[in-house]
Design a protein around this ligand. Structure first.
Ligand SMILES: *Cc1c(COP(=O)(O)O)cnc(C)c1O
Length: 853
């Protein structure tokens, strides 16, 4: 049979019901619960069956049901109310933009390989995706001019099914894009908007279609290569998120980075900031150079200055193995034509992705590419910032670790998307609308104290009941899938104790997260769970990466225990951890558990979702918890030490976890007053909400990105671009001249006025004779780097002072002088260093040149 002629059927609704369409095609519902209820009540069965897909639901409504709704004044009134609230909520608070000097020239393109926005659009795997989704929502709330750019995966990420033995099965959904909240972008003439990239064989072009989703008042553009004109294998490039081998990965990243920038151009979008959410999209920096060269007829050096002055790179990975690395042969295969067009040699091109540009063996590293060509870079918690500076120190050889230009902006969550129905109602009543409009303001949360303890506890207990009911439904589904009998399913009524301390552990099953830490002593755990007076129950959920055998075994280890008589009904594993499961879990648990092996968790955000619902967190001091934890607001497992022996560390922290549960968490939860209220626990809930809610949200996070990165960097980009790219050209010429002149620079002599000892509070005068060759003193910064001397003779916790006074000694020689304050006692040291200096550099160490003396 030949392929059929195809056509698209769209839902059709009478005028009164049109808001349904607008809502269905928006992935951000500020009034999530009310909006979801509105759709669900159209047809609860279809709502569940379609994974909460409002578009498909509208498409499946029979005409008589549509008429029925259109004639139901109560329903129409509900729709109008939700629609009005929705519109108000997605209208940005214009004052924020004004207050922060946002002018018309700022426009941000936010690139990410995944976006977690809706269970109906399964193009996310985990934390990175939710962070991207919540970033877009907060940008919409704040009125930032932004678009998202990503890939549209035909099969998305897998659904997880477990067999009776706990083996993970992966089921890939098939996404019919026409049934999702997406619109195919079209050219003015009506034909689909596509972009093309060249692949190695002559004439092999890959076409990608551009789809648009709405997120509040922003657009998210998604690229998909499943186009009829493509080779069969190229149609599969975007079939799965993180699927396939290394070559598939490079193909996906070419589509995302290069295709993504081409899509923006085709859409007429001229962004001044390109934000790379992790290194997957880093090829975009090359395409930016390419386009700037074509557009302005500038050389590659100038194009590089311009492109790099508008990129921002956020890294989420604390281990080298988490970074995409491509062997040179793959780069040769896909980029030979491309680097020739850029005017670069093979060696120059490969050097962009190498820590050591001269090492011919080194593979091409996407994070290095992003770091080299960005104006700002950051890690996603304060601790991860430190880890990232250590990890990438070698990209700036010779630079002290504290000076490595990677900042930290701690992750957050989009508050209203994660707060459950009962808590939201309570917040609305006691806090007013501030917690919705301006969650990053401590004032918005100050009145938490005024919520009567009993009301807070009741609201929380209702959310816990909702969770337990949901978990039973899911477990029943799981049992039915295994062909279990009615008796077995009915026995689920016995599962859970409605009032028991309920602990949640849900995350990706990766070894470093140690999902089985709590099971390290099964007898001890069985005693806790089986305690008749003070029962405890634990709900697990999480997927293992399809190729992660260790993660899969951990799932099995836990599911095996769930069947054991000592744990039955008190220890459960829910299949298919996704947005919906996460929502119930973080809203309903009493305590949220995290026990990653420090420092391998860059941030983690699930605990932030839980604490804003009143759960208390117990975690090792890693990621956000390392900076957030206080004894009054949660629990620390262990003391944040890192042991060389991981097995020993697990033993110590496993023991610490049991002790915490036995001595603190369980007793506090069951310390009840005459009316069965856990007053001290509720007090701690209030302190936790009040402390964490204003800080660990994406409104604060996006505001930080805006103030520290977007605004200053956009200013730099405009300056370099102005007047025929004049400053970019000068900067490029300067950089190339400095590079040529650098090898002859020499620190000829360093002297100081130290006698035997320096008294604390005094100072040390230092002089240095430096040969600058052809460079002028204005073109270099001469700095003293000083601090206490550590055991290996190195300077620890160094600080710097710049030597600004100099005398011209003729012949390219200069005598610099300055003083070091000696505040601390003990052995101190200093070094002298010289760096290129230019006011248009994005940051002082951008050239990578440094001279020590
Ligand atoms: C929030 C969330 C994550 C990320 O949270 P972590 O704490 O990093 O594990 C992953 N998956 C789902 C479904 C989430 O909701």
């Amino acid at each position: 049979m030949p392929l059929p002629h195809t056509f698209i059927v769209k839902p059709s609704l009478p005028a009164k019901l049109k808001p349904f369409l607008e809502l269905a095609y928006n992935l951000y519902w500020p009034r999530y619960l009310e909006t979801a209820a509105l759709f669900r009540d159209l047809d609860p069965g279809v709502w569940e069956k379609t994974d909460h897909n409002p578009v498909l639901l509208l498409m499946s409504l029979p005409p008589n049901r549509i008429q029925e709704i259109a004639g139901d004044p109560g329903y129409i009134a509900r729709l109008e109310r939700v629609w009005q609230q929705h519109q108000e909520a997605i209208t940005p608070k214009a004052s924020w933009a004004r207050d922060h000097g946002l002018d018309g020239d700022l426009f941000i393109a936010y690139f990410s390989a995944e976006f977690g926005l809706s269970e109906a659009l399964p193009i996310y795997a985990g934390g990175l995706g939710f962070l991207a989704g919540d970033h877009l929502k907060s940008a919409s709330d704040l009125g930032l001019p932004m678009v998202g750019v990503g890939l549209l995966y035909r099969q998305g990420y897998f659904h997880q099914r477990l067999d009776r033995q706990g083996h993970q099965q992966e089921i890939y959904p098939y996404n019919d894009f026409y049934q999702l909240p997406l619109v195919a972008e079209r050219r003015p003439g009506g034909e689909p908007l596509t972009v093309r990239v060249n692949f190695p064989d002559p004439d092999r072009q890959v076409e990608a279609r551009v789809w648009r989703a709405r997120v509040g008042n922003l657009n998210l553009y998604l690229l998909d290569t499943d186009c009829p004109g493509n080779l069969e294998e190229d149609r599969l490039i975007t079939d799965r998120l993180y699927g396939g081998d290394l070559e598939k990965r490079i193909q996906q990243e070419i589509i995302l980075g290069i295709g993504g920038v081409r899509a923006l151009k085709a859409l007429g979008i001229d962004a001044s900031i390109y934000h790379l959410n992790e290194g997957h999209s880093a090829f975009l920096v090359l395409e930016r150079m390419h386009q700037l060269q074509e557009q302005y007829g500038i050389d590659s050096g100038t194009a590089r200055e311009l492109a790099a002055s508008s990129n921002i790179f956020t890294t989420h990975t604390p281990v080298a193995a988490g970074i995409d690395i491509f062997p040179p042969y793959l780069i040769d295969k896909y980029f030979t034509e491309y680097y020739q067009a850029l005017g670069l040699s093979r060696q120059e091109f490969l050097a962009l992705g190498r820590k050591d540009p001269n090492n011919q063996q080194e593979p091409f590293n996407m994070a290095v590419l992003a770091l080299r060509l960005s104006a700002r870079a950051n890690g996603v918690s304060q601790l991860h910032g430190q880890t990232a500076r250590q990890m990438w120190q070698s990209v700036w050889p010779g630079l002290p670790v504290e000076a490595v230009p990677i900042d930290a902006i701690t992750n957050g969550v989009h508050t209203t998307s994660w707060v459950g129905p009962r808590m939201a109602a309570l917040y609305d009543y006691y806090l007013g609308s501030g917690w919705r409009d301006d969650p990053a303001s401590p004032d918005a949360w100050a009145r938490i104290e005024e919520i009567p303890a009993r009301e807070l506890w009741q609201a929380h207990e209702e959310q816990r009941r909702e969770l337990l009911a949901f978990a039973r439904r899911r477990l029943a589904q799981q049992l039915r899938g295994w062909g279990a009998g009615l008796r077995e399913i009915a026995a689920l009524e016995e599962c859970f104790d409605p009032g028991a301390l309920t602990i949640g552990f849900a995350r990706r099953f990766a070894a470093y997260k140690r999902p089985a830490l709590l099971l390290s002593n099964p007898e001890r755990l069985a005693r806790l769970l089986g305690d008749k007076q003070r029962p405890v129950q634990i709900i697990y959920a999480g997927k293992a990466h399809p190729r992660d055998e260790e993660g899969k075994q951990l799932i099995q280890q836990i599911t095996t225990l769930t069947g054991d008589a000592a744990f039955r009904g008190r220890l459960v594993f829910l299949e298919d951890y996704d947005l919906e499961v996460a929502r119930y879990l973080v809203q309903g648990v009493d305590a949220w558990l995290g026990n990653p092996r420090r420092p391998l968790e860059a941030s983690s955000t699930s605990g932030m979702k839980a604490v804003v619902n009143g759960a208390l967190q117990a975690s090792t001091l890693d990621g956000w918890w390392a900076e957030a934890w206080t004894p009054a607001t949660g629990w620390a497992i262990g003391s944040g030490e890192v042991y060389a022996d991981a097995g020993y560390q697990d033993a110590v922290e496993g023991e610490a976890l049991y002790n915490l549960l036995e001595k603190e968490i369980i007793p506090l939860f069951y310390e009840r007053d005459g009316s069965n209220l856990p007053a001290a626990w509720v007090e701690m809930m209030k302190r936790s909400i009040k402390t964490y809610a204003p800080t660990f949200n994406t409104q604060r996070m996006v505001a930080e990105y805006s103030q520290q990165f977007y605004l200053p960097v956009a200013g730099l980009y405009r300056r370099l671009q102005a007047g025929n790219q004049e400053r970019a050209r000068k900067l490029a010429a300067w950089r190339s001249r400095v590079k040529g002149a650098w090898p002859v620079l020499k620190i000829e002599e360093v002297t100081d006025d130290r006698q035997d000892e320096v008294v604390a509070g005094g100072s040390l005068k230092v002089q240095a004779r430096i040969y600058l060759g052809t460079l002028q003193p204005e073109e270099v910064a001469v700095e003293l780097y000083y601090g206490p001397v550590g055991p290996g003779g190195e300077i620890t916790a160094g600080e710097k002072v710049e030597l600004v006074d100099y005398q011209d000694r003729g012949g390219g020689r200069y005598l610099y002088s300055g003083t070091i304050p000696c505040r601390q006692g003990g052995r101190q040291g200093y070094n002298l260093l010289v760096l290129p200096r230019h006011e248009d550099q994005a940051y002082p160490y951008q050239s990578g040149l440094i001279l020590w003396g």
